[in-house]
Design a protein around this ligand. Structure first.
Ligand code: SF4
Length: 287
C-alpha cells in the first residue's frame, strides 16, 4: 500500500498517506451490505445474494450506475476484522453467497478478512474486469464464482467512457484467467457453486460493440461459463456530456444483440428484460 500497483492505472499512490486514482486509501470502505434479490437467479435464489458494495473504483465509467459509490461520495471505513464479521452476519442471514462488488482496489485487505473468517457459502468476485492477473492471483484462492463485466470491445468506446483505451485487452486476459480457474457447477438446490458468469450491459448506440463481445465469448474456452446480457442501462453519472447516453436502449438495439447471441449458437446465457432499465434497481446507499 505504500506504492499501489493493484490495477492497470499503476498510479503508485502511497495509500497509507492519500487516496489513489481509484479514490481509495488503505482502509476498506463500503457503502452497503444486504441480501440482494436482483442478481442472476442462480445467485439470488429465494434468500438473496449477500452483496457488499465497496466504494471507489479503478475504472470509473462516466455513466456508472453506482456513481456516488465509484466517486467515493458515500461510504464507511471498516477494518478487515469488521469485514470478516460482515461475511458472518450475511451468512447468518441465510443468503446464498457472499458477493464482493467492485473489490479490485481492496483485494489485499479483503484477503486479510478471509484469513480471519472463511464463509461456508460460495464467494462471488463481482468486478469490472480492469485488473491484472497478479491482482487476481491474490484473491483467487478465496473465490468460488467470478462475475466479471465485459464492458467494451472497441478501444475508442472504452477511451470515450473510461479514459482507458486498453480496456478490452486487459479485461479479456482477466476473464480468460477466471474461466480457466473456475469450472461451472451447481449445488443440489440449483444455486451456483462455482464458475463464471460474464456480464455485458448493452449501451445506447452500442449494439455493434455488443455483437463483437459476443463473438469473443463464443470463441473463448469457457469451462461452462455463462454470459449475462443486461438491458438495465439508465442515464446516470456524467451522461449530460454525452448526447448518446441520455436515453435507454431501444427495443431494436436489444433485438440486434439478442439475435446475434442466438446466431452464434450460445446456449448458456441469461438475458434481462428491457423493463429492467429503471432507477428503482439502483440501490440506496446506507453509509
Ligand atoms: S488500485 Fe487505486 S491506488 Fe492502486 S494503482 Fe489502481 S488506481 Fe492506483
Amino acid at each position: 500500500m505504500s506504492k499501489c500497483y493493484l490495477c492497470p492505472q499503476r498510479c503508485g499512490a502511497d495509500r497509507t498517506k492519500r487516496a489513489g486514482a481509484c479514490g481509495a486509501t488503505d482502509e476498506i470502505a463500503i457503502a452497503k451490505y444486504y441480501p440482494h434479490m436482483y442478481e442472476e437467479p442462480i445467485l439470488s435464489g429465494t434468500r438473496g445474494s449477500g452483496t457488499i458494495f465497496f466504494t471507489g473504483c479503478s475504472l470509473r465509467c462516466v455513466f456508472c450506475q453506482n456513481y456516488d459509490l465509484s466517486r467515493v461520495k458515500t461510504g464507511k471505513k471498516i477494518t478487515p476484522k469488521e469485514l470478516a464479521d460482515i461475511f458472518k452476519e450475511l451468512e447468518d442471514m441465510g443468503v446464498h453467497n457472499v458477493n464482493l462488488v467492485t473489490p479490485t482496489h481492496f483485494v489485499d485487505r479483503i484477503a486479510e478478512a478471509f484469513e480471519i473468517y472463511r464463509p461456508h457459502i460460495p464467494v462471488v468476485y463481482n468486478t469490472h474486469s480492469y485488473e491484472p492477473i497478479k491482482t487476481l492471483e491474490i484473491i483467487d484462492k478465496y473465490v468460488d464464482i467470478y462475475l466479471p463485466d465485459m464492458k467494451f470491445y472497441s478501444p475508442s468506446l472504452s477511451e470515450r467512457y473510461t479514459g482507458k483505451k486498453d480496456y478490452f485487452e486487459v479485461a479479456k486476459t482477466a476473464i480468460e484467467y477466471m474461466m480457466d480457474k473456475k469450472t461451472f457447477s451447481l449445488s443440489p438446490d440449483g444455486m451456483m457453486k462455482s464458475g463464471v458468469i460474464v456480464r455485458h450491459m448493452i449501451m445506447p448506440l452500442g449494439a455493434a460493440d455488443s455483437r463483437k463481445i459476443l463473438e469473443w465469448f463464443a470463441s473463448a474456452k469457457k469451462n461452462g461459463a455463462y454470459i449475462s446480457l443486461m438491458a438495465q442501462y439508465t442515464p446516470f453519472g456524467e451522461y449530460e456530456r454525452f448526447p448518446e447516453l441520455k436515453r435507454r436502449i431501444t427495443a431494436a438495439e436489444y433485438d440486434r444483440v439478442y439475435e446475434k447471441l442466438l446466431s452464434l449458437g450460445i446456449e448458456r446465457y441469461f438475458i434481462q428484460e428491457l423493463k429492467a432499465a429503471s432507477e428503482s434497481f439502483i440501490p440506496k446507499w446506507d453509509f
